[in-house]
Design a protein around this ligand. Structure first.
Ligand code: ZN
Length: 502
């Protein structure tokens, strides 16, 4: 992307940004190693190493010289843009946005916040073990204060806006509510209707499924959707995740159980969806802030799209069920229909991470509403368990027996901030359906392609319309650019009603 007239300030900017990217990549590598291979007695040295790497990356990025170099490149970027090269101006815009965010927060606050995070995390583990919310409540109060303080460094309309913006740039309480309120109104009755039906059996998914065979099957499938193993790996970890050290090294981790079929496969497909996004970002963006997904919501749209809209569809299993049967003797007497019903069954759960595709969003909406009420001061921390339990009763019809299976179950509020921690999951589900519908309109019958084991057209469409752009656009711009419309509920509700209703 450089030519002979490239000014020295441009090279300096790229050099500084790639140093930051490499330090962050080294941190991600140390973290990946911690989650997959690190001996159990080595945590303390690793913690120190991770702290050092993240401090160095942060210091390098907020160096005032970065701000100067951004200014020095304005003219160059404008000229390049006139000549049709968008890269410099996009890079300046995205880097400036990140730089502005990073430099508004005083380092004194960062340090206070980091030490609070470490403290509340270990207290939360204890409190959850004893199912005793009271134990961690005073620290959660402090998290609320810190979250409000963080928000106060940024201009905002609602106190949660800057917190939401940090993971879903450009989104606000207002914009998220505009889709979440009608979603809840549609979902609660739909769930009520679906759970009247007899519960499908998932017995077909239980038996003996050696992890090695499950891993080999998942490998074959994620390769067929386009995950590139020459620039990635798949390993086991306690919590599945996708991580990236550079655009040519995007790894995923999975989790599984040899007594049941499902968790390993769908964790692989979910994380491979995240990885397809990263592996298909324009390689010229490597080493810059453009080499990222647009937001947590857009990222999640990709993991959900491949996991659910593709991987739980009948057409997908028209192709893969016979192959699964020949891999797993335990599936040989099952019918494809039984299998499909089992992997798509709707069963209300107290636990978000166990939830099915239909009820999952209700868990997210509950958390989103409650965190806003706490930030607004309308809900006192000590009343959180009662408010939580009341919502599980009204939205899911479930009685919460204890805090461990209630408001203590997720790590999010107890490891960082309140506000903005959960909305990306549901924004991703909604967007996945909208993207899929648009791709289907442009590519013809996707199901017929899946039934033949053809996934390249969909992946290439997503690369063309979403992946290759990385972080050059704000999430709402990605949506309009890819689908021609703003984010809307219609395709998602249509998908859910078509699949589960009636
Ligand atoms: Zn995900």
């Amino acid at each position: 992307m450089q030519n002979t007239t490239t000014p020295p300030a441009w090279n300096e900017l790229l050099e500084r940004l790639s140093e930051v990217a490499d330090l962050r990549g080294a941190g991600a590598l140390a973290h990946w190693d911690q989650a997959t291979l690190l001996p159990s007695g080595s945590a303390s040295g690793r913690g120190r190493m991770l702290g050092t790497l993240s401090k160095l990356a942060h210091e390098r990025f907020i160096n005032p010289r970065v701000g100067e170099v951004l200014n020095l490149n304005e003219d160059f970027a404008r000229q390049e843009q006139i000549q049709g090269n968008e890269f410099p101006s996009r890079l300046l815009a995205t880097t400036r946005r990140d730089y502005d965010k990073a430099t508004r927060v005083p380092s004194e606050f960062e340090a206070r916040f980091a030490s609070h995070c470490a403290q509340i995390y270990s207290k939360w583990e204890e409190a959850r073990g004893e199912s005793n919310f009271g134990k961690v409540a005073p620290l959660l109060e402090k998290t609320l204060d810190l979250s409000r303080e963080l928000a106060s460094f940024f201009p905002h309309k609602h106190i949660a806006d800057p917190l939401i913006d940090s993971s879903d740039a450009g989104e606000t309480v207002e914009s998220v509510r505009a889709v979440f309120t009608p979603l809840r109104e549609a979902l609660v009755p739909l769930v009520r209707e679906v759970i009247q039906k007899p519960l499908a059996s998932d017995a077909v998914l239980r038996g003996h499924f050696p992890l090695q065979e499950q891993g080999a099957f998942a490998t074959q499938v994620i390769q067929s959707i386009g995950y590139d193993f020459s620039r990635g790996r798949m390993d086991f970890s306690a919590h599945p995740f996708m991580t990236k050290f550079a655009l040519d090294d995007v790894r995923i981790t999975i989790r599984g159980d040899e007594r049941e079929w499902g968790e390993l496969f769908f964790s692989a497909l979910h994380e491979a969806g995240h990885a397809l996004y990263e592996q298909n970002i324009d390689p010229h963006f490597d080493g810059t802030p453009l080499a990222e997904g647009a937001s947590s919501g857009v990222h999640e749209s990709q993991s959900r799209l491949w996991e659910n809209l593709v991987g739980r569809s009948p057409a997908f299993w028209d192709f893969y069920f016979p192959r699964a049967q020949s891999t797993f003797p335990a599936l040989q007497n099952a019918s494809q229909d039984e299998f499909l019903k089992a992997i798509n069954r709707v069963k209300r759960s107290l636990i978000r991470t166990d939830a099915d595709e239909l009820t999952y969003n209700l868990h997210v909406l509950i958390r989103f509403d409650l965190e806003l009420e706490m930030l607004e001061g309308k809900l006192a921390v000590r009343d959180l368990p009662d408010a939580w339990n009341a919502r599980y009763q009204s939205d899911l019809g479930l009685d919460v027996p204890d805090d461990a299976r209630g408001c203590l179950q997720d790590v999010h509020w107890f490891s960082g901030l309140i506000g903005g921690a959960f909305q990306g999951y549901t924004l991703g589900n909604i967007l996945a359906a909208q993207l899929f519908e648009t791709a289907q309109r442009e590519l013809g019958d996707l199901n017929a392609q899946f039934a033949r084991g053809e996934f390249a057209p969909l992946r290439e469409w997503l690369t063309q319309h979403v992946y290759r752009f990385g972080a050059t656009m704000l999430p709402h711009q990605v949506v309009v650019q890819a689908t021609g419309r703003a984010l809307e509920l219609g395709p998602y509700l249509g998908y859910l009603k078509g699949k589960f209703g009636g």
